[in-house]
Design a protein around this ligand. Structure first.
Ligand code: GBH
Length: 446
């Protein structure tokens, strides 16, 4: 191939149900924790919700055709649990929707990659304790089994969870995401129940002819200086962000230092019997990469312990490494993608990896002639794709790349105030405009 990638490399774009679908009351869908959260005043920057989002529920066929026109070969979407099992019993119209979506992918030459959980927990399960209770993991297994049974003839690539770090630490630690709880170290219980849910689901759905994995959001963690305190801060944050997920999944063990830092060693010891299930072999690992993180531990006692997405490390602060930043304030460093993929490959040398999300937010504007000239996003994309190219050229087991996102969409706590799409959406009219970055990707993969 002229672009340097092997012809079998998967090129795709990704979305998530609550961020794009809208149609929250259609065809028997029940409420999720994101409906509740977004409708709670003060939670979303622009006061918006996913009620309508980008109306993908009704426009998916056009959106998939557009994706195919861009020359991409795969679509990563997520399945909304509250459409399939809104209250614990199966809602057939929900399954029918995803069958239509998957069949539309196939009819357009696109391979569907389905994620079973991209953060939209049915509200009744949150009311029963959410990810703080073990029962939710078992309900996830039931939902995964029903969904896989119904769709496995048309969907062959499955991911259980998307970024359980976010579900646990932003949902139950900092409260920045739904359900907005701030349970401190109890967020660690959510980590375990999410991973258990992954293991139970995988065990229930794994079958011949399918390919099964999970998408994580690992990232390189750097110490601001070489001081022992800063290096220890980096160890702790690397523990929470990376090792707490990678080690049980890839090696069947939790990192002991993280459990000690968080005071949770005894609680985790009591869950040890779950580890073989959590550590069962994966067919692939999805890596969502946006930016590296630099941390420090300033001198002195913690004055006001706060609700935290970093339990056991409340004195650790993020430090600006002086790199260019996106509109999210996230540092741009494409070499970080290489670093994180290489470090995962060291843990599991044979495991196929995918970049299941990579992208950036910038304040796009539509020009007078109806174009979106997003040169910064184009540059971000180009740099990260170049890293992937170097890796595959070296024989590294990287199998695909998915841009986040196909469409501008509901960016969680930021609502519609941050745009990640390679396709612009005019929210007033729902009109789609392929951005310059999308055209660049089209030329590149073409
Ligand atoms: C993904 O989450 C989600 O899967 C997707 O739904 C979402 O729309 C997309 O990213 C864009 O946000 O403190 O500077 O080190 C990514 C969430 C982003 C969480 C980076 C950790 C660290 C920023 N991650 N963030 S920093």
């Amino acid at each position: 191939m002229t672009n340097g990638f092997p012809s079998g490399f998967t090129w795709g774009a990704a979305t998530a149900s609550y961020q794009v679908e809208g149609a929250i009351n259609a065809d028997g869908r029940g409420p999720s924790i994101w409906d509740t959260f977004a409708n709670t005043p003060g939670t979303i920057a622009d006061g918006s919700t996913g009620d309508v989002a980008v109306d993908h529920y009704h426009r998916f066929a056009d959106d998939i055709r557009m994706l195919a026109d861009l020359g991409l070969t795969a679509y990563r979407f997520s399945i909304a649990w509250p459409r399939i099992m809104p209250t614990g019993t199966v809602n057939q119209p929900g399954l029918d929707f995803y069958r239509r979506l998957a069949e539309t992918c196939l009819a357009n030459g696109m391979t569907p990659y389905a994620t079973l959980y991209h953060w939209d927990l049915p509200q009744p399960l949150e009311d029963a304790g959410g990810w703080l209770v073990r029962d939710t993991a078992e309900r996830f297994r039931d939902y995964a089994a029903v969904t896989h049974d119904a769709l496995s003839d048309v969907v062959k690539h499955w991911m259980t969870l998307n970024e359980p770090w976010c579900s646990a630490f932003l949902g139950y630690g900092s409260g920045e995401h739904a359900p907005g709880r701030t349970e401190g170290t109890d967020a660690l219980k959510a980590v375990h129940h999410l991973l258990l849910g992954h293991g139970l689901a995988l065990d229930a759905i794994r079958s011949e002819g399918g390919s099964y994995g999970i998408a994580l959001n690992p990232a390189p963690i750097h110490a601001a200086t070489d001081s022992p305190a800063d290096r220890d801060a980096a160890r702790r944050i690397d523990g929470l962000r990376n090792r707490l997920f990678l080690e049980p999944l890839l090696s069947g063990q939790y990192p002991a230092d993280v459990l000690e830092d968080t005071g949770m060693s005894d609680w985790f010891a009591a869950q040890e019997a779950d580890l073989p299930l959590i550590g069962a072999p994966l067919d692939f690992l999805g890596v969502n990469y946006y930016c590296p993180t630099t941390v420090a531990a300033p001198d002195g006692p913690i004055s006001t312990p706060r609700a935290s997405d970093q339990p056991g490390s409340e004195n650790v602060v993020a430090v600006d490494p002086g790199l260019p930043k996106t509109q999210m304030g996230w540092s741009v460093q494409a070499s970080g993608l290489r670093d994180i993929l290489v470090s995962i490959n060291k843990l599991a040398p044979e495991l196929p990896l995918y970049v299941t999300e990579n992208g950036s937010a910038y304040p796009d504007v539509v020009t007078a002639d109806g174009q979106v000239e997003d040169d910064e996003r184009l540059d971000y994309l180009r740099q990260h794709v170049a890293v992937c190219k170097d890796l595959v050229t070296e024989g590294f087991p990287l199998k695909g790349y998915f841009a986040w996102s196909l469409l501008d969409n509901f960016e969680w706590a930021w609502g519609y105030s941050r745009r990640f799409g390679i396709v612009y959406v005019d929210y007033a009219t729902q009109q789609r405009i392929v951005k310059k970055s999308g055209r660049w990707l089209q030329d590149f993969v073409g």
